[in-house]
Design a protein around this ligand. Structure first.
Ligand SMILES: Nc1ncnc2c1ncn2[C@@H]1O[C@H](COP(=O)(O)OP(=O)(O)OP(=O)(O)O)[C@@H](O)[C@H]1O
Length: 318
């Protein structure tokens, strides 16, 4: 029996090809990972590698072709209120106001609550995302950022044990995105839900995540590594870039996406051991002595010198 909150083992997804003669499309295979309770995990990888397919399976909206998926030792076989999803396109009910959209989710979750309790609880979360003044507006009367906030408020208000975020800020401008990221951190730090989030934004992943899963390119994609983000919390967007590890981690992630996500596809992987990079002191790297120093000797810069100063280290055997 697993002690992990969520456990995926040897998962694969195959789609039949258009012609009968051709092989089915294997989007990904041999994917195994665990999520610990209260953990914030981001997953990044190039378009088409199967991130949304994994998320849909976690949400219970789709199934793997092979492998197992359990949450608290129970197989996930369909959608459930213990899992909340926020999609990029908000998915609000257009005929309901912001408040009614949130109330809808809260009412479904707590059927015995009075109307007052449902409203108060919904208002609390709308207030948290800064929408107290516009709760009576319908989605068409709200900006994109406001709609996404309603969607986040609705998901968090139902207090799902597992929150699934599929590029929730993808359509937002940089300023709004930053504000909502801060709100997400605030709510998550209060409620300590487990969050699994897809993003294409490396900086966003570093700001938010405890671990970042790196997916190789599809087809036959897999999770190649899990990068542990050891930057202290609470993290602030403005100051996180000054941390000596920030650019080291960032460069490592960018290097993976630009240079390694394609090459790694052909390498053998047993689906069990996930790896994270241990920052290596560039000076000691030159002497080939130590392999685990947590802080680079020189202040981090965005220069090429800082690229890939890591030695992967095996962790988490499932
Ligand atoms: N119903 C389907 N039938 C056939 N192929 C599909 C189906 N659904 C998804 N795919 C394929 O599966 C692959 C993975 O899709 P998915 O949306 O999970 O990728 P992704 O990593 O989330 O991409 P993006 O970052 O662009 O959102 C893609 O090549 C897609 O074309």
């Amino acid at each position: 029996m697993s002690h992990a909150f969520v456990e995926v083992q040897k998962a694969a997804k195959r789609f039949p090809s258009a012609s009968k003669e051709a092989e089915p499309l294997t989007v990904f295979e041999n994917i195994s990972f665990q999520l610990e309770k209260g953990e914030f995990v981001c997953i990044i990888g190039h378009s088409g590698c199967g991130k949304s397919t994994i998320m849909n399976a976690l949400a219970g909206l789709d199934q793997f072709s092979e492998g197992s998926l359990v949450m608290e030792n129970k197989e996930i076989s369909g959608p459930g209120l213990e899992r909340g999803v926020v999609f990029q396109n908000y998915s609000l009910l257009p005929w309901l106001t912001a408040l009614e959209n949130v109330r809808f989710g809260v009412r479904a979750r707590w059927k015995t609550w009075s109307d007052r309790e449902v409203t108060d609880h919904s208002m609390k979360y709308l207030d948290m995302v800064g929408l107290k003044e516009v709760v009576d507006r319908k989605p068409s009367q709200l900006s994109g950022g406001m709609r996404q906030r309603v969607s986040i408020a609705r998901a968090f208000a139902t207090k799902p044990k597992l929150l699934l975020l599929d590029e929730p800020f993808g359509a937002l401008d940089a300023l709004t995105r930053g504000v909502i990221q801060d709100e997400l951190i605030n709510i998550w730090s209060q409620d300590q839900q487990t969050v699994f989030m897809i993003t294409h934004d490396v900086d966003e992943a570093i700001l938010l995540a405890d671990r970042i899963f790196l997916m190789t390119n599809g087809p036959q994609a897999r999770i190649a590594e899990a990068v542990e983000i050891d930057l202290p919390r609470p993290r602030q967007r403005a100051s996180i870039v000054k941390h000596p590890h920030f650019y080291t981690i960032r460069n490592y992630l960018v290097d993976f996406l630009v240079n390694r996500s394609g090459e790694l596809r052909t390498q053998e992987f047993d689906g069990q051991g996930l790896r994270y990079p241990t920052p290596v002191n560039p000076v000691q790297l030159a002497t080939a002595e130590a392999t685990t120093v947590s802080t680079p000797a020189t202040p981090a810069t965005e220069s090429q010198e800082n690229l890939v100063k890591f030695t992967p280290k095996e962790v988490r055997h499932g």
